[in-house]
Design a binder for this molecule. Structure first.
Ligand code: ADE
Length: 463
């Protein structure tokens, strides 16, 4: 899903208690309640330049593998272009492009085609970010990460042809639940799938940095898939996982742990993420590491269970104040008329407390990464090895035709995008929230900044 990205003016703003927000930032304040916004609310921040060099996994051989053979994605130089697809409908819209449901004319296979305007990316200084996203998507091969099938470009646009997740946005699925909440065991299931996906990313030296319900899609199988990697960062050197022994052997942590934290050994300083999901160390601006992903998992778990995030304030600075200083509170379900089950378990509260430790060095996951998180008693009922074979709590209606997907916003296409020709008009890019470095797009025309955006076709096994 594309969500509108806002750019605070650089340098990256740091947390200043009580500091009044500037009017330009106040204008971007994304505090609309979820249900009242037709599209995903604007909750996202990105500093103007990514602190990452796009991974160079390109290859010139006709069929080759990305990274090493053991977790490979096969690439092919099959030429795919927009004319291979028939547009069915608009699925979502963001600040630099849109996502369309399309059908391959020949195979009749449905895909989600993310179409990004080069002009807008240059204007919003997102050139590197899109290359990072392409590199990650073409490397990743994991059941809970949205598969990329092809990427290609034409004169004006970049295209990501992604697996179509018929269940739509997890965010919308949540909105449609009574009370907008999940039962604890349901939240545990999705949290476990997120842990598995984050473990994979961390093992590859990546920090995701933008976990939130808007960036999670529901596959036809009901399993979730992480999408949107434009805020991710990769460690310049990927360490090998090591074995660590538990400092305090207990019932659940007597086994040695695989330390995956060491793989993404990067400390980065950019101010990115989504307001209500930002970790204290990101707000502080003194650098952050992969433990930010465990903080965001804590916020996600809380939002799935309680229907709102724990530190949301009246405005941006209020939210930041709360993230930095407010103790984590757990509401009583008696106040939610939709909740009829038992109170949240001791283990549920404990994992949220530990993931939402404001001290990144003490946070759950800080010592050994995902394996430490998996060992928390909250996940005792989960068999991580069999996760993808478990029945998910929300199943997209199987009788529905995939074309009539369920959890999608009704997005109106104001100007039509013609896959077979050029645009019939200009794409609707009317929000003007570019606080980042503005580029002179005429200058950019001289050198094509997307010349190295690789056209790839990936051979994917069927899910
Ligand atoms: N929105 C963004 N990406 C999508 C996908 N892969 N499937 C369905 N909707 C999407």
């Amino acid at each position: 899903m594309l969500s509108t990205t806002t750019f605070p003016s650089s340098p990256a703003p740091c947390y200043q208690p009580g500091y009044p927000s500037s009017s330009s930032l106040r204008n971007l304040d994304p505090l609309l309640p979820h249900s009242s916004t037709p599209l995903a609310p604007v909750r996202k921040f990105a500093s103007s330049t990514p602190d990452i060099t796009p991974l160079d996994r390109s290859t010139s051989s006709p069929t080759s593998t990305a990274r090493t053979a053991s977790y490979s994605v096969q690439k092919q130089n099959i030429t795919v272009d927009p004319s291979h697809f028939k547009k069915i409908r608009l699925l979502g819209k963001g600040d630099v492009g849109s996502v369309y449901l399309v059908q391959n004319e020949e195979t009749k296979q449905l895909y989600a085609l993310k179409v990004l305007s080069k002009k807008e990316m240059v204007k919003r200084n997102k050139i590197k970010r899109v290359k990072v996203e392409q590199a990650i998507l073409s490397m990743a091969h994991h059941p809970f990460i949205v598969p990329l099938h092809h990427s290609f470009q034409n004169k004006d646009y970049l295209f990501f042809c992604l697996e179509y997740c018929v269940g739509g946005e997890f965010f919308r699925a949540l909105q449609q639940r009574p009370g907008k909440v999940l039962k604890e065991h349901e939240a545990r299931f999705y949290a476990a799938e997120v842990v598995a996906a984050l473990e994979y990313l961390h093992l590859h030296g990546l920090i995701y940095r933008d976990l939130k319900p808007e960036n999670i899609l529901l596959h036809q199988s009901g399993h979730l898939m992480l999408s949107d990697f434009d805020l991710s960062v990769q460690s310049p050197t990927i360490g090998n996982p090591t074995i660590v022994r538990s400092a305090f052997p207990s019932l659940f942590s007597h086994l040695p742990l695989l330390d995956t934290k060491i793989c993404s050994n990067v400390r980065t300083n950019s101010f990115v993420g989504t307001q209500e999901y930002l970790a204290p160390e990101v707000i502080q601006g003194n650098g952050h590491s992969s433990t930010v992903d465990w903080w965001t998992l804590g916020i996600l778990l809380y939002e799935m269970i309680y229907g709102f995030t724990p530190f949301n304030g009246a405005n941006r600075n209020d939210t930041f104040d709360r993230i930095m200083t407010q103790k984590l509170d757990f509401p009583h379900f008696g106040s939610n008329p939709y909740f009829q089950g038992p109170e949240i378990s001791h283990q549920g509260k404990s994992i949220m407390r530990k993931l939402l430790d404001k001290n990144e060095n003490k946070r759950l996951g800080a010592r050994a990464g995902a394996s430490q998180v998996k060992q928390h008693a909250f996940f005792k009922p989960i068999n991580f090895a069999l996760l993808r074979h478990m029945r998910p709590p929300i199943m997209p209606a199987q009788k529905a035709k995939p074309i009539d997907a369920v959890h999608f916003a009704h997005v109106k296409e104001s100007v039509s995008f013609d896959l077979h020709g050029s645009l019939t008009g200009d794409m609707d890019m009317d929000d003007d929230d570019n606080g980042g470095d503005s580029h002179d797009s005429d200058r950019e025309d001289l050198v094509d900044p997307f010349a190295d955006f690789g056209s790839v076709t990936l051979i994917r096994p069927k899910h």
